[in-house]
Design a protein. Structure first.
Length: 313
């Protein structure tokens, strides 16, 4: 079975929002020949310039039978009047296709098309507040790498489009094909941290990398007390100034960052083996299994035992 996918771009689209998923689907075709056919579309067709200035050749919107419509993001989504034809075509075609997806700020186009009302969605972390204000009927889940609501999928910023594509491939062709595709792309099939885009930011110490050294230091001491005072001392800042600067840089409080790092470390150990849960909790710094269980429920929606069973399955 061949699935035809329409990738939608527009002037000033983010090029990797389109080429990332296209590349993943291309590789999936090598693993499972004939799985996908790809069309690159725009409202008018012809050459469309990305925000980098690089142009891609597109076909105009059409009535061809598609399995999936995938909308790229980019600064062009800020021109809402210009995106009206895109939203109108997607709205008209949504009932004809099996699923619709967006990368990064492409979620704005799906929102303008009315496809996300009453649903959870995500977008790039830097635009999540604006998105939530603009579309109050949509439940913004800013922490997710991607969100699936039935057959409507949205993903976070830029490279998260590859995560989204791998999830679509797994949904279509199974885990083995998705895993082999990820191996060929040299990316993980599942990012650590429960598919959290804030975890990706924390990995870098924030967008500017200001706290990267501190994050490495924290990872090496998760079983130790990591309160604001100790972290501030390590960063050579006063506790109040540190807390404000860290939150502004990473988007989460120091306490939330510590919990996220502990969750990531604990989840890897929970899913990877048979180590007793109470020992995992202690080594990750949660002190007791119940505290870790509550943290897992908040972050992942499941207790550690359920994640271990799923990983074994």
């Amino acid at each position: 079975m061949t699935r035809r996918v329409a990738v939608v771009v527009f002037p000033e689209f983010q090029i990797i929002d389109a080429t990332g998923p296209i590349g993943a689907l291309e590789v999936a075709n090598r693993v499972s020949p004939g799985a996908y056919e790809l069309d690159l579309l725009s409202a008018s067709g012809g050459e469309v310039a990305s925000s980098a200035g690089v142009k891609m050749v597109t076909e105009p919107f059409n009535d061809r039978a598609y399995d999936t419509i995938l909308v790229s993001g980019g600064v062009g989504t800020r021109h809402f009047a210009d995106r009206a034809p895109d939203a109108a075509w997607i709205r008209r075609r949504a009932g004809d296709v099996r699923r619709v997806a967006s990368v990064c700020s492409g979620a704005y186009v799906l929102a303008e098309a009315g496809l996300l009302d009453g649903k959870r969605a995500t977008t790039h972390w830097s635009r999540s507040d604006d998105f939530a204000r603009r579309y109050p009927k949509i439940r913004m889940d800013a922490d997710r790498i991607f969100v699936r609501e039935g057959e409507v999928w949205t993903s976070a910023g830029i490279t998260a489009g590859i995560d989204l594509a791998l999830a679509l491939i797994e949904d279509d062709l199974g885990r083995d094909v998705a895993r082999h595709t990820a191996q060929q792309l040299v990316v993980p099939l599942r990012r650590p941290g429960g598919q959290s885009q804030f975890s990706a930011l924390l990995e870098m110490g924030g967008p500017s990398g200001r706290f990267a050294e501190l994050m490495d230091w924290m990872r090496e001491r998760l079983s130790e007390p990591l309160n604001v005072e100790r972290l501030a001392d390590r960063a050579a800042m006063s506790p109040r100034h540190f807390a404000r600067a860290f939150t502004a840089e990473t988007g989460v409080t120091p306490a939330k960052a510590v919990e996220r790092l502990r969750l990531e470390a604990a989840r890897v150990r929970v899913e990877a083996g048979h180590e007793p849960i109470d020992r995992v909790a202690l080594s990750a710094g949660f002190r007791d299994p119940e505290r870790m269980r509550r943290a897992f429920l908040r972050a992942f929606g499941q207790p550690p035992q359920a994640l271990r069973r799923a990983a074994r399955a």
